[in-house]
Design a protein around this ligand. Structure first.
Ligand code: MLT
Length: 414
């Protein structure tokens, strides 16, 4: 008999967004009339057209593949040089940050990368994971066998949950001196789901902590393009010592409207080391390179051409327009939440608004109110961790007309 990976049996419920999808489908089947005016502000999925610069580049790439003199088969597993250079040049070196082309690993998504990165870490690492946060970090550690069972509240043994609340600006504080040091720390800024962005001071405190303890920070900056406050760091490599303690994840999903196209990248600095059980310190870069060359055959040539075009002058202007559009929606939704008497956070450096449920309702209860009464899909805070209970997330990824209509319903129908 083949044995299955019993770690999967520890997972609580289904992945958050399919569970929301299931509830929405049940609502649609039961109330087809109300479902006609359904507006989806649940999963953060882009709605606006792909930048023309990317579309033109992808059309041209398809034509290249249609001619045997320019045809391409397998590409480099780590990504084509033209894209790695464009990323390193535009997103890092132009901002004075030292990142070499070959420290960039192109992939088909940050969700995959933040999960797959566990392949290059050993077992027994003490994990620090913010709560609430993007559920992929917890679930992939459960799947990898890095945790014990979940308790009644859904907290897994073996995970050091880092609470995020109003008091700490929804960004975790460095553990107090004397607490057992964390080995592997996840930080997500701008944050999914709270919309908070880490300050330079707090990020510096985390980098100093990691350097002191030999920890590795997994810094998820998938929403970096939404940062408007110039004081907020866009990359962990802006912090001195960041190259010695952090891996950074970035994505074109929200940056260039690529959720359906699929392209992202991970930066693994060559100066980043981790330990062996016999006390040696070795670089992680060759391990990730080995992992990618063994388990991945590279993102498609067409897609990588489309991503590189986002760095052309026309592409950059189109990206700026997209980001302005979604941040404009966020402003509309924030104001409406305020007018409806709701307390909300985020939405200025991120496309997410994090809202307290009124009247002490549970977050899934309030999800049902929003679905059944306002016919608006949101994401219940509890889906992002126990500390998300009592909140819900509204995504600003939508048309302006839909954002305005959701605002109206919040003001008039709640
Ligand atoms: C979200 O809604 O949290 C994101 O779209 C999920 C993702 O990026 O995978």
């Amino acid at each position: 008999m083949a044995y299955l990976n019993e770690n999967y049996l520890k997972l609580k419920a289904g992945y958050l967004f399919p569970e929301i999808g299931r509830r929405v489908s049940a609502f649609t089947a039961a109330q087809p009339e109300a479902a006609r005016r359904l507006i989806r502000c649940g999963i953060g999925d882009v709605t606006e057209a792909l930048p023309a610069a990317s579309r033109a580049a992808m059309h041209a790439a398809v034509d290249e593949l249609g001619d045997r003199t320019t045809f391409k088969g397998y590409g480099p597993e780590q990504g084509y040089d033209f894209l790695r250079t464009a990323i390193a040049e535009n997103m890092f070196r132009a901002r004075g940050l030292e990142v070499a082309d070959d420290e960039i690993f192109v992939s088909d998504g940050s969700k995959c990368d933040t999960g797959n990165i566990l392949d290059i870490f050993g077992t027994g690492n003490r994990l620090g994971i913010p709560d609430p946060v993007y559920p992929v970090y917890v679930d992939t550690n459960v799947m990898a066998g890095n945790t014990g069972e979940a308790d009644a509240a859904g907290a897994y043994a073996g995970i050091g949950y880092l609470p995020c609340h109003e008091g700490n600006g929804f960004m975790p504080d460095v553990p107090a001196a004397g607490e057992p040091p964390l080995d592997l720390i996840y930080l997500c800024s701008p944050n999914n789901p709270t919309g908070a962005a880490v300050t330079r001071e707090k990020l510096q405190a985390w980098v100093e902590y990691a350097l002191r303890h030999g920890s590795v920070i997994l810094f998820d900056a998938a929403y970096e393009a939404f940062i408007t406050d110039p004081a907020i760091p866009r990359s962990i490599y802006e912090i001195p010592g960041g190259r010695e303690c952090a891996i950074e994840f970035r994505s074109f999903s929200k940056h260039g409207g690529f959720t359906g196209v699929r392209c992202a990248f991970t930066v693994v600095p060559k100066s980043l080391m981790a330990g062996t059980r016999d006390g040696r310190k070795l670089p992680l870069h060759p391990l990730w390179s080995r992992r990618m060359t063994t388990k991945f055959n590279g993102a498609s040539y067409i897609v990588q051409r489309g991503a590189a075009a986002l760095f052309s002058e026309a592409g950059k202007a189109e990206v700026a327009t997209l980001i302005d559009h979604y941040l404009g929606n966020a402003a509309v939704l924030r104001e409406a939440a305020r007018d409806a008497g709701l307390t909300s956070f985020g939405g200025t450096d991120a496309p997410y608004i994090w809202v307290k449920t009124p009247g002490g309702l549970g977050s899934w209860e309030f999800f049902d109110v929003m679905l059944n009464k306002l016919n608006v899909v949101v994401t219940p805070g509890a889906g992002f961790g126990a500390a998300g209970e009592g909140f819900f997330r509204i995504s600003a990824f939508n048309s302006r007309a839909n954002a305005i209509e959701v605002g109206r319903r919040l003001r008039e129908e709640l």
